[in-house]
Design a binder for this molecule. Structure first.
Ligand SMILES: Nc1ncnc2c1ncn2[C@@H]1O[C@H](COP(=O)(O)OP(=O)(O)OP(=O)(O)O)[C@@H](O)[C@H]1O
Length: 624
């Protein structure tokens, strides 16, 4: 008799209205109940199937989540509503979960992305909303994912479990391009959405078509020409092509003759002498400049040496794209090129410098190569368009991770990961300051982008000089050092101030003042100063951190470092290298106690007898 599981089932059924036909007799063994199957020893419930038994209302927390050995759970075709309880994350052995045809709502249940043994997950025909999270990729054994007929919105993440054979997201509110990883599924898997494109559906439109970007300005960049050419035009083109061919041959012959006469001039220099950049897509090399390359030819996408990409401006213009967001200096797009590469294109507005100066600054930025900095891969400058091309970071920003959909059953960002983000972002900034001699100028949570292991990269650095050296006016107010408000000039020390605010954000879970956008937020340094030290633990620290043990001392130490960074007087702020060293010192005491390792083993504490003790890192941290 599975005593503990029986109690969990009784708790569930007593709190969930249901049809009369489901008569579970509490004096009989739970293994004999309708819909219940136990393991061979009759000590645990392994299958629970309750389809169409008139279950109504919410699933109470701490009921089904206690069935620790459950392999199959079917609650399909009932009238269950509300959110999936967060403690479903404890059903570590669950393989099949059928929740279709109910009235469940809320965002994609974060608890389910921790059930790494799931093979089939069916959430179809419910009222789920919000984005489909990238962390679905945690479910590496998934063979069937059914999300159709819900209200999921936003773009589809690159879902890529290798064994996925059934996939359906039809009839949602999704938009944007279908990722390469999902393009193998039929059109019916995607039909009935707001604005999905690419893959088996219609090709996506290019994200911008700017005549200024077209080398031959009157020809549309994408699209078929519908009119047929007249015979006269064809003859004219043929004659023209013949003349051009003849001239090219003539030039070739002349060049060959010249080379034969001057053997020493035969070898071109190995790399372009005046630039670290190489142009992709130009037929003429930079050394031809003296020969007078037309302006249109020079306006090419400029790549930095050592980059992994090989596409040209036209490939970029043909890419399908979705808007990631509108920032203070322009709009960022996620662009998926036809060959599958995904990049981020930042389209700058109000650039205040001429081409030469712009290029010089880009060359400086292109040299920044560090594991904690998002590399600038290429840029484009013309009179009307200024574009920057960066690597796409699929795990999103710290801002989204920290503030996105709080309280709706998501996995909070735990302490160890907050420390990891603080440290890695600090290292990125220190590299920028020390090796690059570059001021970031815009440190904030949406410019801290994450890798899937939650290592952080600083993004969007060093752009102030192209806006005339002063801070663009609509930057988020809460990160700005007091002196920058007056002078509008950013410095290494003002970066340290902003970094201090970022640390306070990690510690408090609160977003700094967004003033200029009219959104809520607070002046974090002033608010922390207003709380007396004795009250820090109760008042200042994020409530989501109170569930972890043995971290208070570390939080206090990080808070002290943050407060040093946000000193009003710039000279009193430590250099970023010093800040990093101080943070590393906190970390050292932390790893010594060995707590981190103990909590990552899902086999521990999941026997259903006792709930696993809450440690510094909850088991199986979900990737955002
Ligand atoms: N390389 C990238 N990979 C993934 N997401 C990115 C990338 N760059 C930017 N983003 C995200 O796109 C959104 C818009 O970014 P953008 O840099 O245009 O504006 P911002 O960060 O909000 O403001 P600002 O222009 O002041 O930096 C942000 O949510 C940001 O986190």
């Amino acid at each position: 008799e599975p005593t503990q599981d029986k109690q969990a089932l009784l708790d569930f059924i007593s709190r969930t209205p249901h049809a009369n036909r489901l008569q579970w007799n509490s004096s009989a063994s739970a293994c004999s109940w309708v819909g219940v199957e136990c393991d061979a020893n009759q000590s645990h419930v392994v299958i629970l199937r309750l389809p169409g038994v008139g279950l109504m209302g919410q699933i109470s927390p701490n009921t089904l989540g206690r069935l620790s050995q459950l392999r199959v759970l079917s609650l399909r075709s009932n009238r269950l509503s509300g959110e999936i309880p967060a403690d479903f994350s404890q059903l570590k052995l669950l393989r099949n979960l059928y929740l279709q045809h109910n009235l469940f709502s809320g965002e994609f249940p974060a608890s389910l992305t921790q059930l790494t043994r799931l093979v089939r997950l069916d959430l179809s025909f419910n009222n789920f909303t919000g984005k489909i999270p990238f962390s679905v990729n945690n479910l590496t054994h998934l063979s069937g994912l059914f999300l159709e007929n819900n209200g999921f919105a936003g773009s589809l993440p690159s879902i890529n479990p290798s064994g996925l054979v059934d996939f359906n997201v039809s009839n949602n509110n999704l938009n944007g391009s279908i990722p390469e990883t999902l393009a193998k599924f039929p059109a019916s898997s995607f039909s009935g959405n707001l604005n999905l494109c690419g893959g088996p559906l219609n090709a996506c439109n290019p994200f911008f078509v700017s005549p200024a970007l077209s080398p031959t300005s009157n020809v549309p960049i994408v699209g078929k020409r519908s009119k047929k050419l007249s015979t006269a035009a064809i003859i004219a083109i043929a004659v023209g092509a013949g003349i051009i061919l003849f001239l090219l041959l003539l030039i070739l012959v002349l060049c060959l003759r010249k080379r034969q006469r001057r053997p020493n001039a035969a070898k071109p220099p190995k790399s372009a002498p005046r630039s670290v950049v190489t142009e992709v897509g130009t037929s003429s090399s930079k050394d031809d400049v003296a020969g007078g390359v037309a302006e249109a030819e020079r306006n090419k996408l400029v790549f930095f040496d050592g980059g992994a990409y090989n596409f040209d401006l036209e490939d970029l213009l043909r890419a399908s794209a979705e808007v990631l967001g509108k920032g203070s200096v322009g709009t960022s797009y996620k662009a998926v090129l036809e060959e599958g590469t995904t990049v981020v294109v930042k389209r700058l507005k109000d650039v205040a410098v001429q081409k030469k100066e712009f290029e010089m600054q880009m060359e400086l930025l292109g040299k920044i190569k560090h594991e904690n900095a998002v590399p600038l891969r290429a840029f484009y400058y013309s009179k009307d368009e200024k574009l920057l091309v960066y690597d796409y970071m699929p795990a999103g920003s710290l801002s989204a991770l920290l503030h996105g959909s709080r309280g709706s059953g998501r996995t909070p960002l735990d302490w160890d990961n907050r420390m990891k983000i603080a440290l890695s972002a600090g290292r990125g900034l220190a590299h920028l300051h020390v090796s690059g001699k570059i001021v970031h100028g815009n440190i904030k949570a949406s410019n801290i982008l994450l890798r899937s292991d939650l290592g952080a990269c600083i993004a969007d650095f060093g752009l102030n000089p192209v806006f005339g050296g002063s801070t663009p006016p609509n930057r988020v107010a809460g990160y700005r050092a007091p002196e920058v408000v007056e002078t509008r000039k950013v410095t290494f020390k003002s970066d340290v101030y902003s970094f201090g605010v970022l640390l306070l954000e990690l510690l408090t879970g609160k977003a700094p003042n967004q003033a200029s956008f009219g959104e809520e937020g607070i002046d974090l340094p002033r608010w922390v100063q207003s709380v007396v030290r004795e009250e820090w633990t109760a008042e200042v620290f994020d409530v989501e951190l109170t569930r972890y043990q043995n971290i208070e001392e570390e939080m206090v130490q990080l808070l002290q470092i943050a407060m040093a960074c946000v000193s009003t007087v710039p000279d009193q702020r430590p250099d970023i290298q010093v800040v990093v060293r101080m943070m590393e010192d906190i970390n050292r005491t932390e790893t010594d106690d060995g707590l981190r390792q103990s909590s990552d083993d899902p086999s521990k504490g999941s026997d259903g007898q006792t709930p696993p003790t809450e440690s510094r890192t909850p088991p199986d941290v979900a990737t955002p």
